[in-house]
Design a binder for this molecule. Sequence first.
Ligand code: DNO
Length: 402
Amino acid sequence: MDKFEQTWRWYGPTDPVTLLDIKQAGATGIVSALHHIPNGAIWPIEEILKRKQTIEEFGLTWSVVESVPVHEDIKRQTGDFKIYIENYKQTLINLGKCGIDTVCYNFMPVVDWTRTNLDYPSEDGSTCLSYSKWDMAAFELFILKRPGAFKTYSKSEIEKAKTHYESLSDKQLKQITDSIIAGLPGSSKGYEVDENYALENFQKLLNTYEGIDVDKMKTHLFYFLSEITPTAAEAGIRLCIHPDDPPFIILGLPRVLSTTKDIRDLFQEVDHPNNGLTFCTGSFGVREDNDLIEMIKEFGYRIHFVHLRATKRNHEGSFYEADHLDGDVDMFEVMKALIEEQQRRKLNGRNDLRMPFRPDHGHRMLHDLKNEGNPGYMAIGRLRGLAELRGLELGIRKSIQS
Ligand code: DNO
C-alpha cells in the first residue's frame, strides 16, 4: 500500500533528540539543516556529505533540507543581495550533487516563526507554544515602544493592551520579550541577539524594512525565485516556501505568504513545477479564511513538503498549539485530500509520490517536562503526534481501498 514518507526534524548533532530516538519513533526521513553555516554563505559539499553520512549511518535518509535561510539583504534587495542570490544558487547546486531533492525556506522578514509563550499550560498538564495578541501588543506598545505601533491598534485595543501589560510580572515581561526577540529553534532570523542591546538592535532591524510594503516585498520574493528556480530545476531540487507563521502582519513587517491569494500570486509569477510549497497546516490554519482543503485541491500539485499540526484559535488573533488531531484543523479531511493528491500524481505518472510530512511541533509532556530541549521539538509530544497521524493515514487508506 502507498504511504507518505514519515519524516522528523533533527537540528543536527547538538539536538538532544538523537537519530536513534527518531528511528524508534518510526520516522524514516530526516529534515535537517546546516545551522552552523552563517546565513548567506555557500554550503560546502563536504559539510553536506558529512551530515548526510551521519544520518545514513542510522539507516535513515536526509529527506528535506529545512531550511536554507534567505539573507535579509535578499528580502530587502539591499547591499550584497546579488551575491547572496548567487551563493544560494551554488548551495542548491551543491545539495543537488549530494542527492538532496527538496529544499524548504521562508521569506519572513527579521523574525522567523514567532510565539509569545513557549510553555502555555494545557489542561492535561503538558505545555505547548502559543501566541497572544495581547502579549504582542504589550510588547510592541509598552516594552519595545515601536514607533508606528499605536496606529495599528484601536483605542479600546490600546486600553486593553495597557491593562494586560500592567497585569504582567517582570518575569512574564522578560519571558514574552525573550520569546519574541531571541527567536525559536531553527529560526533563520537575520540577526544575533546581544542581551545588552537586544531591544535597541531589534528596533534598528525593524527600521530597515521601512518603505517595504507587502507589494514591494512580493516583488523581491518573485525576483529571488525567478533567479533561483531555473538553477533548482537543473540541480534536481524542488523548492518549497514555508508560509508566514503566524500568517498575518506582526511588528509592522510585510508578510508575503499567508493566504490563498498569496500562493496564487506566487505560482502565477513564477510558474514552474520546482517552485512549490511547504503546506504547513499549523501556519495556514491560524486564519479562519484559509480553507485548507480547498488549498490542497488548488495547489496540491505544487506541495513538495507537508507540516502537520493543529492550532486552536480564539477569535481575537491569538492561538495555541493543540494536539495534532484536536485543533481547528480538520486533520481527517486534510489527510484525505493529501492522499487524493498522491493518487492524482500516480495517475499522471509523476515520480514525486513520496510527499514527505513531519509531525510539526508537539506538546512538552511526560518526562520531557523535566528535560531540556528545543521548544516545540521535544521527543515525546512529536512521537505522539506522529503515531496519531500515521494511524489516521493508515485508516483512511484502508477504508478507501475496501
Ligand atoms: C517552525 C518551523 C519554522 C520553519 C521555517 C521554514 O516550527 O516550521 O522554523 O521551519 O520557517 O523556513
